[in-house]
Design a protein around this ligand. Structure first.
Ligand code: NAP
Length: 344
């Protein structure tokens, strides 16, 4: 291992779940060492994402809980490199990074990860914004790859008041693809309308399904991206134009099964599939991924600013998660290892 900093401590603070279901606590653990092809990153900021929470809920072995450091993405400085060309090239760079081991996540002072899961941040991109530049932006670009490949004229996105939803709207505008934004209450609908979204539907409106039918038909919106998976999904699917696709990319409702009317799927030639960024990047190959990372980097240094509602030190991880879960649409919550106290 080559260290770029001679100040790397022996131990670090990291967030763990005390037991399944919580609370989040911090423990002092050894700073991990990068192996061949890996780098050690001093973390500057890391968001709380739905996938972090969902991932922890999926751990079934209580023993695993004790070793998992959450945090899928973040930003930081590469302070040590394992053997290899890429780790060497990243030495000393400020990067966006994604974790590659369950027991080394970004909710900690240091992260060890594969060098291929880091990319250098442009000067214009702040540590905070850079910490959110992988998971959601790359997912949205993946959506538009599907939209463009399958030649959809417009798209529908559910849970559209999310950070990801705001990016879908932005890219839709840039590429001339109308987006029908589905939200769960009137307050979110107003928020989106004020921010300039032309098509917003409130799922709690008693006439929602009819409105969806009309808007989808009018705009020829033949693809629905859904991250909620509520009981309404089956009903929504029944009113999509013939030949539509439904892409499920999240399960915010926590529903374990969804009811679809088989007759309507057959008669209307509806295709249902799942989307997971990890699988998509494997399928896309190196060149496509490099192009997408470059596009994200450009976007983040120009038009894309992700809303942040609070910053918390690692010791306040439980408060950070509670703040986030109590109002996800208010913006992302970040864990900032060097911050001295909570800042809202
Ligand atoms: N498949 C993939 O590869 C992939 C990659 C990235 C993200 N995702 C998914 O994309 C979704 C959005 O992520 P994000 O980081 O942008 O989230 P976010 O900014 O934290 O926002 C979450 C949004 O979902 C809403 N929401 C939460 N529970 C809901 C429910 N039961 N019904 C309706 N709306 C609900 C929240 O509304 P309130 O404010 O009212 O709670 C909020 O507007 C998540 O499901 C995430 O897992 C998937």
């Amino acid at each position: 291992m080559k260290a770029q900093e001679n100040t790397i401590p022996k131990t670090m603070k990291a967030v763990f779940l005390e037991k399944q279901g919580g609370p989040f606590i911090t423990r002092e653990v050894p700073v991990p060492q990068p192996s061949k092809g890996e780098v050690l990153i001093k973390i500057l900021a890391a968001p709380v994402n739905p996938s972090d929470i969902a991932g922890l809920k999926r751990i079934s072995d209580p023993a695993d809980i004790l070793s998992v450091i959450p945090g899928l993405e973040g930003s930081g400085i590469v302070v040590a490199s394992g053997q290899g060309l890429l780790p060497g090239l990243l030495a000393g760079k400020r990067v966006a990074c994604s974790s590659s081991h369950h027991n080394s996540g970004t909710w900690s002072e240091y992260l060890v990860t594969k060098a291929g899961m880091c990319f250098p941040l442009r000067k214009k991109v702040s540590d905070e914004q850079g910490s959110m530049s992988l998971v959601n932006p790359l997912t949205v670009l993946g959506f538009f790859e599907i939209v463009e490949k399958e030649n959809h004229k417009a798209l529908i996105n559910n849970a559209a008041a999310s950070s990801l939803g705001r990016m879908v709207e932005l890219i839709g505008k840039k590429r001339g693809i109308p987006v029908i934004n589905l939200v769960r209450n009137r307050k979110q609908a107003e928020m989106l309308e004020i921010s300039g979204s032309a098509y917003v539907l409130d799922c709690s409106d008693p006439d929602f399904i009819n409105r969806l039918r009309e808007s989808a038909e009018k705009l020829k919106a033949t693809i629905l991206f859904d991250s909620v998976c509520s009981y309404l999904l089956g009903k929504m699917t029944e009113v999509l134009p013939r030949g539509s696709s439904v892409v499920i990319y999240g399960n915010l409702s926590g529903e374990e099964s969804i009811h679809f009317n088989p007759r309507s799927l057959i008669d209307n030639d509806i295709k249902i599939s799942g989307f997971y960024l990890g699988n998509k990047t494997k399928e896309s190959g190196l060149i496509r991924n490099i192009i997408n990372l470059r596009d994200v980097s450009k976007l983040m240094s120009t038009d894309l600013t992700i809303k942040v509602q609070g910053r918390f030190p690692l010791d306040h991880a439980q408060e950070a998660v509670d703040t986030y879960l109590s109002n996800m649409s208010a913006g992302k919550v970040l864990l900032v290892p060097e911050s001295k106290g909570a800042r809202l």
